[in-house]
Ligand binder design. Sequence first.
Ligand SMILES: Cc1ncc(COP(=O)(O)O)c(C=O)c1O
Length: 385
Amino acid sequence: MMKIPYGRQTITDSDIAAVVDVLKSDYLTQGPKIPEFEKMVAAYHGAKYAVAFSNGTAALHAAYHALGVTDGDEIITSPITFSATANAAVYLGGKPVFADIDPATNCIDIDGIEERITPRTKVIAPVSFGGYPVDLKRVAALAKKHGVRVLHDAAHAIGSRRDGTFGMEYADIAILSFHPVKHIATGEGGMALTNDAAVYQSLQLFRSHGITKAPELLSENHGPWYYEMISLGYNYRITDIQAALGISQFARIGENLRARNKAAKYYTESLADYDGIELPPSLGFDSIENGGADTVHAYHLFTVRVADPRRRPDMYRYLHEHGVLAQVHYIPVHLLPYYKKRFGYAKGDFPEAEKFYEAELSIPMFHGISEAEREYVAGTIRAYG
Ligand SMILES: Cc1ncc(COP(=O)(O)O)c(C=O)c1O
C-alpha cells in the first residue's frame, strides 16, 4: 500500500552538495549564503529588501514589531490560519481581531475588514491561504484609507501572483516560511520581504539582538570592532547551512509551482463529478503551465470540503487506513483554548470559518508527487463512495 503524506519536501543530490560545500567552508552562519539567498528570493518576488529568519514565526514577530505593534494595538487577520499569524502579534502585547473568511476564496473576507478597524488597529494581516493569492490590492486600498499597515502572510504562497504581481506594491511586508511541508525546505526557516528601507533596518536589528555596526547608526565609534545595541532584539538568525539549501531549492521554484498546478489540475478534473467532496477555489492552471505567470495559485495545500461534514471524521479515517495521509487546516484560531480564554472568543463568532473547519481535508499536494501517487489519491477518495 502506498503511504502519501499531505506535504513532503524534495531534496536532490545538488541540494545535498550545496549543504556539504558550506560545511567545508569558513562560515556555518553569518556568512555569504544568507545575503545570496535573500537577494534571490527578493528579486523573484519584486521586493527591494529581504531578511532571512530562523523560521516564519520569527519573521512574523519581527514584521509586527517593524510595523509598530505594541501593547494594546490590534491586528486584523483570518481565523483560518496557523496560530503563528496571530501569536506573533500577541508576543508584542497586541490583540488579534478576526474577520470571517470568504467561502469563495477561503481567505479573509475583505468586505468584513473595514467594520473591524478601530483607532487601535495597526496592521491588517491577510493570509494567502493554501497558496491562493489574496486580493492585496483591495486590502491596500482599505489600509490606506484608514492609515494602517499591511502584513501579507505568504507562508503558503511563495511565488503566487495576481494580475501579474506577487503584490509587494500593496504590502508593507510579506513573510515566507521554509518549513519542509511548504514549497522550499530549509529545515526551519523564514523570510520577510519589504520595499521600505526603514522597515528593512528594523527587521535586521530585530533578527540580531538590536546590535549594529552600521556607521550611520552608531552614536560613537571606537574602531572596526565597535558595535552598539540600539534596540531590543532576538537571535532569530538562519544559518548559512540552511541558506545554501534554500538557494539550491529556490532555483527550482518554477518547476515546483508547475508540478503543484499540474497535480491540482489532475485532482480537479478527476474529482469534478465525484459528489462526496467540493473542490477548492481555482484560478485556472493554464497560465503557469504555459509559462505565462499573470495568475499563480501556489498550491501549498489542496483543500477540499467534504460535502456532508458529518462524514469528515470517517472519511479522514478511511483515507489514513488506505495510506492517503490527509490533514485538517486549521482549527480556527479563535477556537483554540488560549484564544478563547485570553480574548473571550467563542464558537459561533466566525461561522464561515467554523463551517470550513468542520468540512475541510487537505489531500496530498507537493512538488514531487508522482502521477501514480495522485491517481492513487483520487482513486482512494472515489472508492470511499
Ligand atoms: C500561514 C502561516 N503563517 C506562518 C507560519 C509560521 O511559519 P514557521 O513554521 O516557519 O514558523 C506558518 C507555518 O506553518 C503558516 O502556515
